[in-house]
Design a protein around this ligand. Structure first.
Ligand code: ANZ
Ligand code: ZN
Length: 807
C-alpha cells in the first residue's frame, strides 16, 4: 500500500516548483490575466495563523486561475519599516536592519513550507533602498505639486524620554516605557492633502459597490464623513484682544433658536487669550484638557470650563455664555460649536452637568428630542418641518450675509511625519537662508545612516550630526537634512504597483507603464478587516494622486476585496497575550502543509471567523491520507478517462453525479464572487464525492473521479494533488475539465398515465425500471378508471407516457 508521507511529498514538490519557476508570471500581454494579492505581512519574526489563512485563500485563487489558463501574478513582500524593529533595537541592542532582514528570512521559509505559489522573483521589502528611492521621488512630486505642507500640530510627548509617542504608546495618559505623564507638544509635521480628494474618494465608493464588502464601504464613507451645514459667526459681547467674533459649524441650523451656550475646543486661539483672566483651578483644568490625547477625549466624560464671557446670538441677539469643552475638536469644522441641549444628546449631557438651561425649539413631549419635527419658539420659522427649516435658515443666513452653507469632511489631511529612525527619510533640506527645499532627485535615495545610537531618547537621526549635514542646492551654503521619516502607510500605499514590473527594471523606474497597464488593477485583494480604513483609503488616495501625476491611468487599485475573518481558539482571537496560539510550524511538522491548508479553508467560509479545532485538523489529515492511499488503483491515463455509461449501477451513477457536482461547485464559487469564495462548501462537496466513489467498484469511474477531484482540490491541497497527477495522469488533468452533463441527469422521470388518451395520473419512476414493472405500477395508479373493464392495449413510451386502451 502507498503510505502517506506528507513531509517527503511536500518537500519534493516545493523543490520542483522552485526549480521550474512554475509560479512566475509570463511576459505575454496577450494572455488573459489575474492579479491575486494577499496583503503583505509585517516581518515580526514568525508567521501566525491569521497569515496562514490570508495566504491560503489567495493561493487557492491563484492556483485555480492558473489552471484555467490565466497568466497569474501572485506576489509577496514585506512591509518592513516601522516601530517594532526600533523597539527590538532598544530592548536587545540589535540593529533594526539586521533584525528586519533576519525576520524576513525566517518568515520566507515558513511561507515556502506552506507551498504557497508566490512569484518569488518579485519579492521585496519596503526598506530596500531601491524602493525608498521611488517613494522619495513620489514625495517630491507631491511636494512640487503642492500636495504636501508643513504645519504645527500637537503630538504626544514624553518629557522623560524626550520623544514623540504614537497613540498606541500612550496608555492612561502615560508613556509606555517610563510611565511618565505625557504632554501635548506642538511640533512641525508634514501633511499630505488627502482632503483634496475627499469628494472623489467618496464618489468612487460607488464604483466598488458589490465588489468590496459593504462593511468596508460604509466604514470608509463614515471616515470621510461628509456633512452639509451652516457656518456662521457669533459676535463676542466685548472684544477680546483681536477677537470680535468666533465661527461655528452646525449640521442642524434648524435648531439655532435653541442655543443656550457655545463651546470652544481647548486649543482654540480665543481660549489662549481668555486663559490668564481665569482662576487657577479653571486654568489647570483647561491645561489638563489640552494635554489629553484627542483620541482619549472622545471616550472621556464631558468636561467644561465656563469662560465667563458672552457671545451674541445672531438672530435673537440674546447673550449666550461661552464655555470650553473637551468634546469640541480643534480640527473639525471651526473648532467651536453652538450648544443646543434640548435637541442634541451630547449637548444635553453637558448642560445637565453644568446646570445650563434648555430651550425647546422642536415640538415634542420629552427632552432631549433628537428626531425631526415641527419648529416652535423659532420666530418666523415656527411651524416648519425641521428638514425644510434647515435649508430655509441657511438661505436666510446667506441672504442676510450672516453665514453660509458649507460642506465639511471628517477626513483630515494625512500626517506622515514620524520622529523615528527606521523609516524612509523625508527627502527635504533646511537652509537657514533659503528655507525648506527638496533634495536633488539625482541624489535619491536618501538612505539611513548605519552607525546610529538607538536608545529610545528622541529621534536618532536628529542626533546624528554628520548624517544631518548637507549642502543647500540653491545657495551652496550649509543645510541640514530633514530628520523626520515617513509613516509606513506611505510604503504600503503603492507596493502593489511595484510587483507588476519585472525586477530587472526596478533600479531604473518605480514601475513600467506597459506592465502596469496589463496587470493593474489588482483583481482580488485579500486581507484583514482591520485595514478597512487606513491602508485601503491611503492606497486608493495614492492611486488617484499617481494618476494625476501622470504615472498611471486608472483610479481604483483593487477591483475586488475579500476581508477574511479572524482565527479564534476557544472563542477568543488567537493572540500571544491570551496564550491561545497554535503555531503554524507545529501543525506543518506534525501533519503537513496540505492538512493545514485544508483545515483552514474547510473550517469556515473565508469571510467568517474561524474557530481552531484540533479534531478538525485530525479530520483534514485523515481525509488527505485516505485520498492519497486509495489512489493506487487508478488506471494510468494521459487524457480524461472514458466511462462506458451503459448498464451502470445506481451507486456508480451516483458517484459520477457527485464528482461532477463538485466540479460545478468549483467553477461556481469563482464565478459567483458575491458568495465570498466558499471553499468550505467546495471541500465538503469533494469529500462527499470521494465517499460516493468509494462506494462503487467501477475502475473507470474510480479513475475519472480521481482525475476530476485531484484537479479541483489542487488549489487547496496542492502537494498531494501534484503527486497523484504526476503519477497517474502526467499532469493532463491540470487544465479546465469539461462537465459531462449526462452524469448529472436525474435518475427519476415523471411519466404521464393516460386511459383512452385522457390523463389520469403522474407517476415517478426510476429510469432503469423494467417495462413490466412500470405497467404494474401504472395499473395501480389508474385502478378506478379501468376497474371492471377490459384492457385492450397497453403502450409504454419510454420516459414519457403509459397509455391504457380499455372497453
Ligand atoms: C448644533 C447642533 C444641534 C448640532 C443638534 C447637532 C445636533 P457631523 O454631523 O458629524 O458633521 N460640531 C461641529 N464642530 C465640532 C467640533 N469641532 N467638535 C465637536 N463637535 C462639533 O457633526 C456636526 C455637528 O457636530 C455640528 O452640528 C455641531 O453640533 C458639532 F441638535 O450644531 B451641531
Ligand atoms: Zn540655502
Amino acid at each position: 500500500m502507498m503510505e502517506y508521507q506528507a513531509k517527503d511529498i511536500e518537500q519534493k514538490w516545493q523543490d520542483y516548483w522552485k526549480k521550474q519557476n512554475i509560479h512566475e508570471p509570463k511576459q505575454d500581454f496577450n494572455l488573459k490575466k489575474k492579479y491575486i494579492l494577499s496583503m503583505f505581512p509585517y516581518p515580526s519574526g514568525a508567521i501566525h495563523m491569521g497569515h496562514v489563512r490570508n495566504y491560503c485563500i489567495g493561493d487557492a485563487m491563484a492556483r485555480y486561475y492558473r489552471k484555467q489558463g490565466y497568466n497569474v501574478l501572485h506576489p509577496i513582500g514585506f512591509d518592513a519599516f516601522g516601530m517594532p524593529a526600533e523597539n527590538a533595537a532598544i530592548k536587545n541592542g540589535i540593529h533594526p536592519k539586521k533584525w528586519t532582514y533576519a525576520n524576513i528570512d525566517t518568515m520566507d521559509k515558513e511561507l515556502d513550507s506552506l507551498g504557497l505559489s508566490f512569484s518569488k522573483q518579485r519579492e521585496f521589502a519596503t526598506c530596500d533602498e531601491d524602493y525608498t528611492k521611488w517613494e522619495q521621488k513620489f514625495f517630491l512630486d507631491m511636494w512640487k505639486k503642492g500636495l504636501v505642507y508643513r504645519k504645527k500640530a500637537f503630538l504626544n510627548w514624553c518629557p522623560n524620554d524626550k520623544t514623540v509617542l504614537a497613540n498606541e504608546q500612550v496608555s492612561d495618559g502615560k508613556c509606555w516605557r517610563c510611565s511618565t505623564g505625557i504632554v501635548q507638544k506642538e511640533m512641525y509635521q508634514y501633511y499630505i492633502k488627502i482632503t483634496d480628494y475627499a469628494q472623489e474618494l467618496l464618489d468612487d465608493l460607488r464604483v466598488l459597490q458589490d465588489k468590496w464588502p459593504q462593511a468596508v464601504l460604509s466604514m470608509q464613507e463614515n471616515w470621510i464623513g461628509k456633512s452639509l451645514g451652516l457656518q456662521f459667526d457669533f459676535a463676542l459681547e466685548k472684544q477680546i484682544s483681536n477677537f470680535k467674533a468666533f465661527e461655528v459649524f452646525t449640521t442642524r441650523p434648524d435648531t439655532i433658536f435653541g442655543v443656550t451656550y457655545c463651546a470652544l475646543a481647548p486649543e482654540h486661539p480665543l481660549v489662549k487669550e481668555v486663559l490668564p483672566t481665569l482662576d487657577i483651578q479653571s486654568q489647570q483644568k483647561i491645561i489638563q484638557m489640552q494635554n489629553t490625547p484627542v483620541r482619549n477625549r472622545t471616550m472621556a466624560q464631558k468636561e467644561g470650563v465656563n469662560l465667563r464671557i458672552f457671545a451674541i446670538h445672531p438672530l435673537t441677539k440674546e447673550k449666550v455664555p461661552l464655555w470650553v469643552a473637551n468634546f469640541v475638536l480643534i480640527d473639525y469644522g471651526s473648532g467651536a460649536v453652538m450648544g443646543v441641549p434640548a435637541h442634541d444628546e451630547r449637548d444635553y449631557l453637558f448642560a445637565k452637568e453644568y446646570q445650563i438651561p434648555l430651550k425647546q425649539v422642536i415640538e415634542s413631549t420629552e427632552l432631549p428630542f433628537l428626531d425631526d419635527g415641527i419648529l416652535c419658539n423659532s420666530g418666523d420659522f415656527n411651524g416648519i418641518e425641521t428638514s425644510k427649516a434647515k435649508w430655509q435658515i441657511i438661505e436666510f443666513f446667506e441672504v442676510n450675509k450672516l453665514g453660509k452653507g458649507v460642506v465639511h469632511f471628517k477626513l483630515k489631511d494625512w500626517g506622515i511625519s514620524r520622529q523615528r529612525y527606521w523609516g524612509a527619510p523625508i527627502p527635504l533640506l533646511h537652509c537657514k537662508d533659503c528655507g525648506i527645499l527638496p533634495q536633488d532627485e539625482k541624489k535619491l535615495p536618501i538612505t539611513l545612516p548605519q552607525d546610529v545610537v538607538i536608545d529610545g531618547e528622541g529621534n536618532p537621526l536628529d542626533k546624528h550630526q554628520s548624517w544631518k549635514e548637507d549642502i543647500c542646492p540653491k545657495c551652496g551654503g550649509k543645510a541640514t537634512k530633514e530628520t523626520d521619516t515617513m509613516d509606513t502607510f506611505f510604503q504600503s500605499s503603492w507596493y502593489f504597483l511595484r510587483y507588476a514590473t519585472p525586477r530587472d527594471l526596478w533600479i531604473q523606474m518605480p514601475f513600467d507603464k506597459q506592465n502596469t497597464k496589463y496587470w493593474l488593477p489588482v483583481d482580488e485583494y485579500i486581507g484583514g478587516i482591520e485595514h478597512a480604513i487606513l491602508h485601503l483609503l491611503y492606497a486608493r488616495f495614492f492611486t488617484k494622486v499617481l494618476r494625476d501625476l501622470g504615472y498611471i491611468d486608472f483610479s481604483e487599485p483593487f477591483e475586488n476585496l475579500l476581508t477574511q475573518g479572524m482565527v479564534l481558539k476557544d472563542g477568543a482571537k488567537m493572540s500571544k497575550s491570551i496564550g491561545n496560539i497554535v503555531e503554524p510550524n507545529d501543525i506543518i511538522k506534525k501533519y503537513g502543509a496540505d492538512t493545514a491548508r485544508l483545515f483552514v479553508l474547510f473550517a469556515a467560509p473565508p469571510t467568517r471567523e474561524l474557530e481552531w479545532i484540533d479534531s478538525g485538523v485530525e479530520g483534514a489529515y485523515r481525509f488527505i491520507r485516505r485520498f492519497y492511499e486509495k489512489s493506487e488503483n487508478i488506471q494510468k491515463t494521459k487524457t480524461m478517462p472514458i466511462v462506458h455509461k451503459q448498464d451502470l449501477s445506481e451507486k456508480q451513477r451516483y458517484a459520477r453525479k457527485k464528482i461532477y457536482e463538485a466540479l460545478i461547485k468549483s467553477n461556481e464559487i469563482f464565478a459567483k464572487k458575491q458568495t465570498g469564495y466558499a471553499f468550505n462548501t467546495l471541500i465538503a462537496s469533494c469529500m462527499e464525492a470521494f465517499n460516493a466513489l468509494n462506494d462503487q467498484d467501477n475502475l473507470q469511474i474510480w479513475t475519472e473521479g480521481y482525475y476530476v477531484l485531484s484537479n479541483i482540490l489542487e488549489p487547496i491541497i496542492p502537494h498531494i494533488c501534484w503527486e497523484i497527477s504526476e503519477k497517474f495522469f502526467d499532469f493532463s488533468n491540470f487544465g479546465s475539465i469539461e462537465i459531462d452533463e449526462s452524469a448529472l441527469e436525474e435518475d427519476e422521470v415523471v411519466l404521464v398515465v393516460t386511459v383512452n388518451g385522457k390523463k389520469r395520473a403522474d407517476m415517478k419512476v426510476n429510469k432503469q425500471m423494467q417495462q413490466d414493472e412500470i405497467l404494474l405500477l401504472a395499473r395501480e395508479k389508474v385502478q378506478k378508471w379501468i376497474d371492471g373493464q377490459n384492457i385492450i392495449k397497453e403502450v409504454v413510451v419510454p420516459n414519457k407516457l403509459v397509455n391504457f386502451v380499455v372497453k
